[in-house]
Design a protein around this ligand. Structure first.
Ligand code: ATP
Ligand code: MG
Length: 454
């Protein structure tokens, strides 16, 4: 138990509050200080307060500070309407169709200011517009309490009040935070139906915070996965980035598979994993996710293109192999397979074109890297996508999908001078020049029970 919470709880049990009123933790009893909140967010809250409005820090900012983590961003909630917020800040833009929000711009930071959100009848009918049971517009303003119960998880519905620096809890979020529990607020089925993305958020937060998903929150998660098929593909792309580029891609991927979300969003990859009998692809995908997490931990850049190229690699590779059997060249088969797999994937998740272009190049690079002779090797080395293609091949080598000799050769080829490069090329045997992809046993994590008996 957090020591600050323990102290507070002892006080509270002595002095119980009526059930409907919020739990309020005074500044002296919790660890969130103004100095740990971004200056810009503090500035925004003070200006709202000075103009006579309520202003609170809410969401991940409060949650992460209470957990002693560094928040990713700071969100503010207020009873001022977006129009009023805009009047108060010159550097402000109103955004959002689904729910109007104010973005206040600072150098290097955007503070999102949301007006308290209210109810709109049962199950999303009434004032909120719905489509297939999903809320598409619900610009209805409300009270702080209504705002709290419209949020997704209890630990995301904690408010830090700029007026007296207290923390306000309407939904039992402090208890859940203390117990490491992720609990959806309200009727779980209804809340997931209103916005199926909440199912992905459940997995994202559970993986990131290392929290257990509370039983009801979890059972609805297992039942309603299919609803994800109705979410607009562009929103799903954004959500996938948050999930896989959070520094917890491995845990996220494993949980997504556990709840069958992965299969719904990446059906081609899922069926290629099921078809595969030797355990390579899962090893490769895990390596790709581990690699992403490591890079993020080291503050190195990660590109969505690389990650999506990895996720879709196995279906591309399998289809390319089939096309090759029908007589297509190696390079062309990879290109055609890449196009077809991307075309199908678009129905679920729409990857922006600037990324799909890079993904195609990373895939074709796999064949270019396998052809090591004369000028071609130099052309590959100087290709703008060489680095990504080479890193991708290293992952394949790590999972036993390509010969280590090939990846080692390229590691060396990059480092040596021209004279030595010529020597390296001259020393290659005829087979090495057109290295056939020979599959070996994986080095790590063979998928238990999936290997065929033959
Ligand atoms: P992080 O920023 O660390 O990813 P967060 O909790 O701040 O986590 P955001 O996506 O920034 O998440 O959203 C801010 C807050 O808005 C959330 O904490 C939650 O209270 C609310 N929220 C966001 N998305 C939804 C949703 N789909 N349904 C209900 N509430 C939501
Ligand atoms: Mg946030």
């Amino acid at each position: 138990m957090f020591s600050w919470l323990k102290r507070f709880w002892e006080v509270r049990t002595r002095d119980p509050q009526p059930a409907s009123s919020p739990v309020i933790i005074p500044r002296s009893e919790h660890p969130v200080s103004r100095s740990s909140i971004s200056d810009n967010a503090v500035k925004v809250m003070y200006r709202l307060k000075d103009a006579g409005y309520e202003a609170y820090l809410v969401g991940g900012g409060v949650r992460d500070l209470l957990l002693g983590r560094e928040p990713k961003d700071f969100d503010v909630a207020t009873n001022a309407t977006p129009e009023k917020v805009k009047e108060l800040f010159r550097n402000c833009r109103l955004i959002g169709r689904r729910f109007r929000l104010a973005h206040v711009y600072f150098r290097g930071e955007i503070i999102e200011v949301a007006t308290f959100r209210g109810h709109h009848g049962d199950g999303g009918s009434g004032e909120g517009e719905t489509r297939n049971g999903m809320v598409v517009r619900d610009n209805v303003y409300g009270t702080l309490e209504e705002d709290a119960v419209r949020r997704d998880f209890t630990v995301n519905a904690l408010y830090y009040n700029i007026k007296d620096y207290s923390i306000v809890d309407y939904t039992g979020g402090l208890d859940d935070l203390q117990n490491g529990l992720l609990r959806l607020i309200g009727d779980t089925g209804q809340r997931y139906r209103e916005d199926p993305v909440r199912m992905l958020r459940a997995v994202r937060f559970a993986a990131k915070l290392g929290f257990r998903v509370e039983d009801e929150t979890e059972s609805a998660l297992k039942e309603l996965g299919e609803l994800l098929a109705d979410v607009p593909p562009a929103r799903l792309f954004d959500e996938m980035l948050k999930m896989f580029l959070s520094g917890h891609a491995v845990a996220t991927f494993e949980m997504m598979r556990h709840y069958n979300q992965f299969g719904i969003l990446f059906p081609q990859t899922e069926s290629s994993l099921e078809r595969e009998e030797q355990g390579f692809p899962i090893t490769f995908l895990l390596h790709a996710m581990e690699n992403t997490d490591r890079r993020i931990a080291e503050n190195k850049p990660v590109t969505p293109a690389f990650l999506f190229a990895a996720i879709l690699w196995e279906p591309v590779r399998q289809l390319a192999e089939e096309l090759r059997k029908e007589g297509m060249s190696k390079l062309q088969s990879l290109q055609v397979a890449g196009d077809r797999v991307l075309e199908k994937q678009r129905k679920n998740i729409s990857v922006p074109r600037r990324f799909t272009l890079q993904m195609r190049e990373i895939w074709s690079m796999q064949e270019r890297l396998a052809q090591r002779f004369g000028k071609r090797a130099y052309r590959t080395l100087n290709h703008p996508r060489f680095r990504a293609g080479y890193d991708f091949m290293l992952l394949r080598a790590d999972s036993g999908e390509v010969e280590r000799e090939l990846s080692d050769w390229w590691s060396r080829f990059q480092e040596v001078d021209d004279q030595q490069r010529e020597k390296m090329l001259a020393e290659l045997s005829p087979q090495q020049r057109k290295s056939p992809r020979r599959r070996r046993r994986p080095r790590k994590r063979p998928a238990a029970g999936t290997r065929s008996a033959s």
